[in-house]
Design a protein around this ligand. Structure first.
Ligand code: ACO
Length: 181
C-alpha cells in the first residue's frame, strides 16, 4: 500500500477533521474490535483541544507550550513525507482523547533500502486502562508499520511494561543504550 500525506479525510462522519494521514491506514479489524462508543483514528490538527497532551502526560513530562506551538509541531511532522503516524482513541460522547501512540518510519540503506517502524509514546488514560485499548493501539501501529513495508517494528520500554508488550506479540531482544546530556 502506498502511503501519502493528506490534509483531509473522506469519511462521512468526520467531514472536517484535518488528519495527519489517511484514515484508510488504520486497520479495519482493529477499529471493529473497539466498543461502539470509542473510535481509533489518525491524530487531527485540532486534537490539542481534545486532551492529547493530557493523555501523554501519563507517560512522561509534557511541558505544554500552548496550542499554536502544538499545531506547528503537527504540521512539521505531517510535512515530513511518510515518516510520522500518530494515532488516537477518542471517546465519542465526551469528544476527549483517551489513548495515544505513534509509529515513526525510519528509512535505511540496509536490507535493500528497507525501513523500520519505531513505536513511540504509547499512553492510555488511567480511567480507561485494562480494557485492551493499549493492545489496540499497538495492533494499529504495527499494521501501519507493516503496510509501510517495514521489515520489523521495535520499541523501548521499562521492565514493568514488558508483560504488556509480550501480550501484544512483541519479544525482548538486545538492549537500549542512552547518553544523557
Ligand atoms: N503488566 C502485566 N500485564 C499488563 C500490564 C502490565 N504492566 N499492562 C497491561 N497488561 C496486560 C493486560 O492485563 C492485558 O492482558 P490480557 O490480554 O491477558 O487481559 C494485556 O496486557 C493488554 O492490556 P491493555 O488493557 O491493552 O493495556 P492498557 O490499555 O491498560 O494499556 C499501557 C497499557 C499503555 C502500558 C497503559 O498502562 C499506560 O498508558 N501506561 C502509562 C504509560 C506507559 O507506560 N506507556 C508505555 C510506554 S512504552 C512506549 O511508549 C513504547
Amino acid at each position: 500500500m502506498s502511503i501519502i500525506n493528506t490534509v483531509s479525510t473522506t469519511r462521512a462522519d468526520l467531514p472536517s477533521l484535518d488528519l495527519m494521514f489517511p484514515q484508510e491506514l488504520i486497520s479495519p479489524e482493529v477499529s471493529a474490535q473497539l466498543p461502539s462508543d470509542l473510535e481509533i483514528r489518525p491524530l487531527a490538527s485540532t486534537d490539542y483541544k481534545r486532551g492529547h497532551l493530557d493523555v501523554l502526560s501519563g507517560l512522561s513530562v509534557v511541558n505544554d507550550l500552548g496550542e499554536v506551538a502544538w499545531v506547528n509541531q503537527f504540521h512539521a511532522m505531517r510535512a515530513t513525507p511518510c515518516a510520522y503516524f500518530s494515532i488516537v482513541i477518542l471517546d465519542k460522547a465526551s469528544d476527549k482523547i483517551i489513548g495515544v501512540g505513534t509509529v515513526f518510519i525510519e528509512r535505511k540503506f540496509l536490507r535493500g533500502l528497507g525501513s523500520v517502524g519505531h513505536i513511540e509514546d504509547i499512553a492510555v488514560d488511567k480511567n480507561y486502562q485494562g480494557k485492551k485499548l493499549g493492545l489496540r493501539l499497538i495492533q494499529a501501529l504495527t499494521h501501519i508499520s507493516e503496510s509501510s513495508g517495514c521489515y520489523k517494528s521495535i520499541l523501548n520500554c521499562n521492565d514493568a511494561n514488558i508483560p504488556f508488550y509480550e501480550k501484544c506479540g512483541y519479544v525482548k531482544k538486545e538492549n537500549e543504550m542512552v547518553f544523557f546530556k
